[in-house]
Design a protein around this ligand. Structure first.
Ligand SMILES: O=C1O[C@H](COP(=O)(O)O)[C@@H](O)[C@H](O)[C@H]1O
Length: 260
């Protein structure tokens, strides 16, 4: 387990801009060293805020968008094009504005797609797609993503891993169907903690007063079943990107010097 590093920004706008700049650098560096890069996107307010900031950043043109694989950490299992789907929101915030290779945009299945409304079969299909993309040097059934981003819910959920639900207890499968999520919609698809931990870097995004309690709990030694964000870490780095409001209830010992 890589211990979390914390960066606290003044407010959520600055946090989104700084995280977008950080992501551009990571992608450009990965493309320079390996020829391609892979990023796992998150839904939610903070994830979409980052994508919108990236869309507005002039440095976005430094990325070779045709050599970037995009995956999702979770999806709301709704029909294609539904405004609540994470991929729909990501397209609106950024993806439609950059020259991605459509074959490298790995959206999770929709509820009116080839697997119909069977979220478990759709999840298994996504797991198979990940396994096919994994290289031998990744040493596992999912690619070693360069960056995997996760929004942190006010209840400490990450991706669609909610406290105490079966999905957060999964130790074998890399992608699961989620049923009975406390946040709508109730049916979702999610990467599991083992898949999340395959990433080189995991970035947790938390901005706003409503995330303060969740950040304090997850960073104070809570168990991952009760606080899924506590179980999200990367192979090489675990980075919490917060704004001052979300960091306001962290124990003093954890509170780092303000970054900006
Ligand atoms: O429903 C979801 O919620 C989380 C957190 O969203 P936020 O709006 O509270 O920041 C998000 O990370 C996840 O991808 C999404 O499906």
């Amino acid at each position: 387990m890589t211990p979390p590093q914390l960066v606290v920004h003044r407010d959520k706008e600055l946090m989104a801009q700084a995280a977008a700049a950080r992501l551009i650098t990571k992608i450009v560096d990965a493309q320079a060293s390996r020829g391609h890069a892979s990023v796992v996107l998150t839904g939610g307010r903070n994830g979409n805020g980052l994508l919108a900031a990236l869309a507005a950043a002039p440095a976005r043109d430094a990325v070779d968008w045709s050599r970037l694989d995009l995956w999702w950490g979770d999806e709301r299992f709704l029909p294609e094009g539904d405004p609540e789907r994470n991929v729909t929101q990501a397209r609106e915030a950024l993806l439609d504005a950059v020259p991605l290779d459509p074959a490298r945009v790995h959206a999770m299945p929709a509820s009116d797609g080839p697997y119909g409304d069977d979220a478990d079969t759709a999840a298994a299909a996504y797991a198979a797609e990940l396994a096919e993309a994994a290289e031998p040097e990744d040493h596992g059934p999912v690619p070693a993503f360069d960056v995997l981003m996760l929004g942190v819910g006010p209840d400490t959920h990450v991706a669609s891993l909610f406290p105490e639900l079966p999905a957060v207890r999964e130790t074998e499968r890399t992608v699961v169907g989620v049923h009975g999520a406390p946040k709508p919609p109730p049916v979702r698809i999610s990467l599991t903690l083992p898949a999340i931990r395959a990433a080189r870097e995991v970035w947790l995004l938390a901005a706003g007063e409503d995330k303060a309690e969740a950040a304090a709990i997850a960073l104070s030694g809570a168990g991952e079943i009760q606080a899924p964000a506590a179980g999200a870490y990367g192979r090489g780095r675990t980075l919490w990107l917060l704004d001052a409001a979300a960091a306001s209830r962290l124990p003093r010992a954890l509170y780092p010097p303000a970054s900006a």
